[in-house]
Ligand binder design. Structure first.
Ligand SMILES: C[S@@+](CC[C@H](N)C(=O)[O-])C[C@H]1O[C@@H](n2cnc3c(N)ncnc32)[C@H](O)[C@@H]1O
Length: 196
């Protein structure tokens, strides 16, 4: 059962963990300090593959170091310095994906995810999502541009056809400027679209 005492990120983890072992493709759309990549790496079966993206060299280094420290930097994991909006250069199918938006804690706060690229990346990942696949998105509204990013995420998610997707959000309404967690699950295939 959902534990609402948890943080926005912990709620995202709980939603993704409920899928159990990952046998297909997992994506960390914003690897940052590597915590979500590590979380996903622990869920991989031998045949699964994990792709982690970030635009900052520092994030790539930190993520590699964290996985290495845990003995999980294997051939099943690719850590890529590129924007998540270019996801289609690397893969075409997704079992789980996580977006933890905003800036890299302990780094330059002016380098954050941006509404346009977030929207493009989310659109593509939703198209690639397998039936029963899950995506979590944690949006921070306290930093500059955070509210616009929230609107961009909502714009994509509210258009999803409820015959094919379940979408929910969790917001701690009595916590000041609390991050919001969006939870997405593809529940059925849209047979009218050949590519999904
Ligand atoms: C809140 S941090 C991610 C935290 C991370 N998941 C963790 O577990 O430590 C957000 C990250 O998004 C990255 N980012 C910003 N724009 C991006 C983009 N277009 N594609 C991929 N990553 C991006 C930032 O560099 C930053 O490291």
């Amino acid at each position: 059962m959902l534990d609402i005492k948890k943080s926005a990120v912990q709620i995202a983890h709980e939603f993704i963990a409920a899928k159990g072992v990952i046998t297909g493709i997992a994506v960390d759309a914003t690897c940052g300090n590597g915590n979500d990549t590590l979380f996903l790496a622990k869920m991989l079966s031998n045949s699964a593959k994990l792709y982690a993206f970030d635009i900052q060299k520092q994030a790539i280094q930190k993520t590699k170091a964290l996985l290495n420290q845990h003995g999980l930097l294997s051939d099943n994991v690719e850590i890529i310095k590129d924007s998540h909006q270019n996801i289609d250069k690397y893969l075409k199918s997704i079992e789980v994906a996580m977006f933890n938006l905003g800036y890299l804690p302990g780094s330059d706060h002016s380098i954050t995810t941006k509404p346009n690229s977030t929207k493009k990346a989310l659109d593509k990942m939703i198209k690639f999502l397998e039936v029963k696949g899950r995506i979590s998105v944690v949006v921070y509204i306290a930093h500059e541009g955070g509210t616009q990013e929230l609107f961009a995420v909502e714009e994509v998610l509210k258009e999803l056809d409820s015959r094919f997707f379940c979408v929910a959000s969790v917001k701690h309404v009595n916590r000041n400027a609390a991050p919001i967690t969006f939870l997405i699950e593809r529940i059925a295939k849209d047979e009218s679209k050949a590519s999904v």
